[in-house]
Design a protein around this ligand. Structure first.
Ligand code: BGC
Length: 559
């Protein structure tokens, strides 16, 4: 096997990314809030160049800019400095240096759709109708007394328009009213935001995660969206005029041009939509927009081979040939992976199956901090809730604090996250479920992630090969529906077969015997498995998977 060099061109294709929710990762100064020096302290845990560290290649930092924290950093009040709660610009530069020394790339969150209402641009904008910054945001007269300009809804709650009494107009906000949307039709907005990006690229950051990018530009005439059926009020409209506009693609193409000037920097776009085709459109024509795009479909999939087979293949087919899929199973906005599938006693085994899917199917995996030790949703009582969005919409859905609790480093006070009082309660599982404990245990989920990430790194077929999926359909074998998912990853002359049993019962591989592609292989040799067993198979039909087994084999002796 060849060592894959993730620091070479298009490094984001073979890299494993790790999302750090900065407030919750590690507090270095005892104020209860995670910070940049805390991250520096833990870089060796993430990758110290040896197989005993996790081995990730890049970190994505949640926003680190000053913010009044109505949306914990996603309401930025100054794009070109560091939130003092997280540290200083010197700390940031040191983090970059230290990370790069370890071969870890650093990607920042870039919130281009909106600012905080405390950003100086907005304060100017709202100060009078003829202020030069007025047109930097979207201001309109109401349709009539107390009637906003149109029926667009905020993605959180209620109308997307807020009335400003002083200037007697409404401003638009796709999210909270504390997050006014920028007017991307104004060239000065684009120029300033592109300057912000340059500022950080010049400092050496390796790319951006673009927040809510499909919301960037709205219909110029502000037409009402057609009504439709949906679960939440936000879904009672077909969002064809307030997001996913063609003009956004134009901006993305220009932004890609800016990144290309810097050579090897990247962007990953958050497209908040549950439609893989729509998400894939943000790769552009061929590959002239985002390098990677998140597909939210992955987060709402049942734990079943058939369902994951559908999601994996749909996404793989949707991404343009020149593009490359991003894979994610959790983030700071969604319930914890472990809790989504872990209500049963098989939770740890299921977590391993999904980790395997994330790390071995075709695409770039994005892990969420703590998923590697099975951190689960934490019940936060209403009176302790910090997430303003959660407080607003409580009790449905339950808010996002539950997936943002402090990282569980050890079984000591506050899980080793802080020497002070943490900003959010620590999950009570920390005494047994923590990094220290799992580092010493070869059966642990952490060890599983570690071994798989290192295997992926040194196996080109796994980190950049093609993929051919089969299994997982409702086909019946001896009266039992097939409950496993298998795919073949190939690169050069290397062929790797991954098989995952999504079921609590044994499963014999049906074998893709009808697929001529496989007839050229003489045998398959096990290179990774969750269970002890046979090491070599001359026929895939000999393979019997134990409950929730993950088995990775290399094809040998191809003819
Ligand atoms: C971020 C959220 C944030 C929202 C508004 C998202 O998609 O991930 O955490 O609240 O954008 O900025």
């Amino acid at each position: 096997m060849v060592e894959a060099d993730t620091l070479q061109g298009e490094w984001w294709k073979s890299a494993v990314f790790y999302e750090i929710y900065v407030r919750s990762f590690r507090d270095s100064n005892g104020d209860g809030i995670g910070d940049l020096r805390g991250i520096i302290d833990k870089l060796d845990y993430l990758n110290d160049g040896t197989p005993s560290s996790l081995g990730i290649d890049a970190i994505w930092l949640s926003p680190v800019h000053p913010s009044p924290d109505y949306d914990f950093g996603y309401d930025v009040s100054d794009f070109s400095s560091i939130n003092p709660a997280f540290g200083t610009m010197e700390d940031f530069d040191e983090l970059l240096r230290e990370a790069h020394d370890r071969g870890i790339r650093v990607v920042m969150d870039l919130v281009m759709n909106h600012t905080s209402d405390e950003h100086p641009w907005f304060m100017e904008s709202r100060s009078s109708r003829d202020n030069p910054y007025r047109d930097w945001y979207i201001w309109r007269d109401g349709r009539s007394f107390r009637r906003p300009p149109n029926r667009w809804r905020s993605a959180v709650l209620g109308s997307a328009w807020t009335y400003d009494r002083d200037t007697r107009q409404y401003y638009y906000h796709a999210f909270l009213k504390r997050q006014p949307d920028l007017n991307w039709r104004n060239p000065s907005v684009k120029a300033s935001m592109f300057d912000v990006a340059r500022f950080w690229l010049d400092r050496g950051v390796d790319g951006f995660r673009l927040d809510l990018i499909n919301h960037l530009v709205e219909d110029e005439e502000l037409r009402d969206n057609p009504r439709c059926l949906g679960r939440y009020p936000y879904e009672w409209q077909e969002h064809i005029y307030d997001r996913d506009r063609p003009e956004t693609h134009q901006v993305l193409k220009e932004f890609r041009g800016l990144l290309d000037e810097y050579g090897d920097r990247m962007m990953v776009s958050e497209v908040y939509a549950f439609d893989p085709k729509l998400a894939a459109s943000f790769y552009g024509e061929g590959d002239d927009e985002s390098h990677l795009v998140f597909n939210y479909d992955y987060l709402f999939t049942r734990f079943a081979a058939k369902s994951f087979r559908r999601v994996v293949t749909e996404w793989d087919n949707a991404v343009p040939e020149e593009g490359w899929p991003a894979l994610f199973l959790g983030s700071h906005d969604t319930p914890r992976l472990f809790s989504r599938y872990g209500r049963f006693r098989d939770a740890w085994s299921r977590a391993k199956v999904l980790a395997a899917l994330l790390l071995t199917s075709r695409g770039t995996p994005f892990m969420y901090y703590g998923d590697e030790i099975g951190m689960s949703n934490c019940h936060i009582p209403r009176w302790e809730m910090q997430d303003p969005v959660g407080r607003l919409v409580w009790p449905i859905p339950m808010g996002r604090d539950r997936c943002r609790t402090p990282m569980q480093w050890n079984g000591g006070p506050f899980a080793g996250f802080t020497s002070g009082t943490p900003w959010l309660r620590v999950h009570r599982s920390y005494k047994h479920r923590n990094v220290e404990e799992q580092s010493a245990n070869e059966e642990s989920l952490l060890d599983f992630y570690r071994r798989l990430i290192h295997l992926r790194r040194r196996t080109p077929a796994l980190n950049r090969g093609s993929m051919r999926v089969w299994g997982g359909t409702q086909k019946i074998w001896q009266g039992v529906p097939l409950k496993y998912l298998t795919y073949l990853r190939e690169h050069g002359d290397q062929s790797i077969l991954v098989a995952m049993n999504f079921h609590g019962r044994m499963a014999r591989l049906h074998g893709p015997s009808e697929d001529g592609h496989f007839s050229r292989f003489n045998a398959f040799r096990t290179i990774f498995s969750t269970h002890q067993g046979q090491d070599e198979f001359s026929d895939l039909r000999q393979v019997v998977l134990a409950p929730y087994q993950v088995l990775i084999m290399e094809a040998v002796g191809s003819t």
